[in-house]
Design a protein around this ligand. Structure first.
Ligand code: C2E
Ligand code: CA
Ligand code: CA
Ligand code: CA
Length: 277
């Protein structure tokens, strides 16, 4: 039993070592990645369910590193978050996304929205809102064309500077979106406490809506509740026509997902958007 215990122990440390080593390597490579221009934003269109028009897009970060290859945001965002590197990277994301939004709106003379993800650590960047304000002003973009997506993880700490930042975001007219709705425990109470404009239903709920009655009922109730609170609803991860038709019946406002388009590089989104007019 003792030998087994020792083996199990060394097994776990070995596994842990591999994980730690990978994290260490990612963090090391990430340090110079901005300067080396390794990040690129992709944009996934959001579509009005009833009208079928593109109404905007979500900016999603991609990282291609010469040593590590493509690293998924699922892997590198938490490391960027823990190391604080998300602060400069997050500013890059906002700047790029707003530059692109400016180009997109001017190319088509249409008011699109741009959704950008904000993670908890970025709220400790006390100059972030000024940074955003200056770009919006500089590019003459209406504040309500920008939508900031946060998950309940941002609100869970209950820190007062986060509360203040959200009040200011709202006062500026920037939209606030609750991301991954339904995956946490307290999203409902946060909807009551904060001035959200948009609710994004997590794709794990959308996955089975056409086969699974309880999932469908939950999505239906979520949409009805959101509308009674004055929020617009985006369904994430819509992959089939059947899902789209059902979401239309449930009065969902917007959809985002592979059925309409994967996240695309800027140039391809412009092409898709022009073809879709
Ligand atoms: P998220 O904010 O929930 O973004 C949606 C994710 O779902 C994206 O993954 C998108 O590519 C994927 N997706 C969209 N439609 C479909 C679909 O129909 N089916 C399936 N299976 N997946 C779909 P992605 O781009 O890998 O990003 C993963 C997560 O990384 C994001 O989840 C977000 O939490 C984070 N992330 C990405 N970019 C940024 C960023 O610039 N800043 C921050 N803070 N986080 C980011
Ligand atoms: Ca998001
Ligand atoms: Ca608002
Ligand atoms: Ca999401």
């Amino acid at each position: 039993a003792k030998a087994l215990g020792r083996n199990t122990y060394s097994f776990f440390t070995k596994e842990m070592n591999i994980i730690m080593q990978r994290r260490f390597e990612i963090e090391g490579q990430m340090r110079g990645a901005l300067e080396r221009n390794e990040f690129e934003l992709y944009y996934q269109p959001q579509v009005d369910v009833k009208k079928g028009h593109i109404i905007g897009a979500e900016a999603l970060l991609r990282w291609n590193n010469p040593v590590l290859g493509n690293v998924t945001p699922e892997e590198f965002i938490p490391i960027a978050e823990n190391s604080g590197l998300i602060v400069p990277i997050g500013r890059f994301v906002i700047k790029q996304a707003l530059w692109f939004l400016h180009l997109w709106q001017n190319t088509e003379q249409k008011k699109y929205t741009m959704a950008v993800n904000l993670s908890p650590r970025q709220f400790r960047d006390t100059e972030l809102l000024n940074f955003i304000k200056n770009i919006l002003k500089d590019k003459q973009i209406d504040t309500d064309s920008l939508e900031l997506e946060i998950t309940e993880g941002v609100l869970m700490t209950g820190q007062s500077f986060i509360h203040d930042a959200i009040v200011e975001i709202n006062a500026l007219g920037i939209k606030l979106s609750m991301d991954d709705f339904g995956t946490g425990y307290s999203s409902l109470s946060y909807l009551r406490q904060y001035p959200f404009d948009v609710l994004k239903i997590d794709r794990s709920f959308i996955n089975c809506i056409t086969e699974n009655k309880p999932d469908c009922d939950l999505v239906k109730a979520t949409i009805a509740m959101s509308h009674s609170l004055g929020l617009k609803v985006v369904a994430e991860g819509v992959e089939t026509k059947e899902q789209l038709l059902l979401l239309n019946d449930l009065n969902c406002d917007f959809v985002q997902g592979y059925y309409f388009s994967k996240p695309l590089p800027a140039k391809q989104l412009l092409e898709l958007s022009a073809a879709h007019k």
